[in-house]
Design a protein around this ligand. Structure first.
Ligand code: GLU
Length: 432
């Protein structure tokens, strides 16, 4: 039975790299009907905070990465850590160390044996740390001089107590793993399997960081990325499908994911691809969920105040925007008659006859009627000689106040005639 864990420190917002670790653990546990454990490593008193804990839980929930056990808090397990440390001290394995302590108190440390340390990484094969290098590191502090236990020690005790079978974490932890292996050995505990995931780099080849722009899940959420796209994209950051397929539902990821297909080399974070995927995932939502997502987003990050998106808008707007605020931005055509782009007024000025015909038509209409609109357009074509694309382009500007947007016949079905009349009046004022 597989038991895996995600063990973030609560010293920052959950970011892309962390989250990918969480996702891979989650996918593996689901694939094998295992257990996914969430453990918050809140031992850094100075840098950890409840706000960050909340952010980690909230981000995972947002993405639908659900844990089966926990969250456990490392700080609540200190007594257990001390119990094991005391036992090791009694057995003569840990020694008081002046070097690592302050003037008054001593730290409790483990002195590395003068020998090579080898361990197997399920992805990379045998990783070796040679004794000459270890000699320079000399010892590992287990309890600091203030009596608090250190990460490498807590991690081993917790992973053992939580019966973790597979430790899947970032490549940056290889330097901790060999130390932890030595602790497992002196404790006589069974060593779990280890997988170290490749680094994530920005487009410039440097490790992904704030310099590259957004990195926290929260920021991507605020930018209007949907969980389906984020989860799909995170899965592709270091893993690939044998046939190169790159669009997946969560259940397909669970089915297809395997450690064997995780890359050893670094993954490059490509926000353009994420955004492209986001557009696809938005389009794939059912009209009902689509409207719910946009409304939720608009409530939290208002783009159009007091506006309710209806599932009926889906057909017109599903392809218009790769993020939720982009879709909302395009929907402003349904709510505001303001002419944003004055260039459009100049264009209408050159088509006065066309404008007058449209204006007169709408002045006499109570509701939007696609059939008589078609007749109107035919008449305009006959009278002005303006036809085809050009005619539709100008008509679109008058109806929507924009040069681009959803297909007109889809829009006509959901637009409000009063708004169109207001818009035409604004054009009228502006061209006079
Ligand atoms: N708390 C560690 C971190 O956030 C996790 C270490 C681990 O997975 O063992 O990097």
């Amino acid at each position: 039975m597989i038991r895996v864990r995600f063990a973030p420190s609560n010293t920052g917002y959950l970011h892309i790299g962390n989250c990918r670790v969480a996702l891979y653990n989650y996918l593996l546990s689901k694939k094998h009907n295992g257990t996914f454990i969430l453990r918050i490593e809140d031992t850094d008193k100075l840098r950890s905070s409840e706000e960050f804990t909340h952010n980690v839980l909230d981000s995972l929930k947002f993405l639908g990465i659900e844990w089966d056990e926990g969250p456990y808090f490392q700080s609540q397990r200190f007594n257990r850590h001390l119990e094991i440390a005391n036992k090791l001290e009694k057995d003569g394995i840990l020694k008081r160390s002046k070097k690592q302590g302050g003037d008054m108190k001593e730290a409790l440390a483990y002195k590395f044996p003068y020998q090579d340390v080898e361990f197997k990484d399920e992805l990379r094969g045998v990783i070796k740390k040679d004794k000459e290098t270890i000699k320079n590191i000399e010892e590992l502090v287990i309890l600091r001089s203030d009596g608090t236990p250190t990460y490498n020690f807590c991690c081993v005790v917790d992973d053992y107590d939580m019966k973790i079978t597979d430790v899947i974490r970032g490549e940056d932890h290889i330097e901790n793993t060999w130390k932890q292996i030595l602790l497992y050995r002196v404790l006589g505990w069974q060593i779990p399997r280890f997988v170290h995931l490749p680094l994530i780099l920005g487009s410039d080849g440097k490790p992904l960081s704030k310099r590259h722009g957004h990195t926290s899940i929260d920021e991507f959420r605020k930018e209007g990325y949907v969980k389906e796209a984020l989860v799909n994209y995170l899965a592709l950051l270091g893993w690939s499908h044998p046939e190169g397929k790159d669009e997946f539902e969560l259940n397909e990821l669970i089915e297809n994911f395997s450690i064997e297909r995780v890359n050893k080399s670094a993954a490059i974070f490509d926000e353009k691809k994420l955004k492209w995927l986001n557009g696809i995932k938005i389009r794939k939502l059912t009209p009902k969920v689509w409207a719910e997502r946009i409304n939720e987003y608009n409530k939290d990050n208002p783009v159009i105040k007091n506006f309710v998106v209806k599932p009926e808008f889906y057909n017109a707007f599903k392809d218009h925007g790769e993020t939720l605020p982009e879709v909302l931005e395009n929907m402003k055509t349904l709510t505001s008659s303001k002419i944003e782009d004055l260039k459009l007024v100049d264009e209408i000025k050159t088509k006065k006859v066309l404008f007058d015909k449209v204006y007169d038509y709408f002045s006499n209409q109570e509701k939007l009627d696609p059939t008589s609109i078609m007749t109107l357009l035919k008449e305009i074509q006959k009278e002005t000689g303006i036809k085809g694309k050009e005619l539709y382009h100008t008509f679109r500007i008058l109806i929507t106040g924009r040069e681009k947007g959803p297909e007109l016949d889809k829009l006509i079905g959901i637009m409000n005639i009063t708004l169109i009349k207001n818009r035409l009046n604004k054009f009228k004022e502006s061209i006079q």
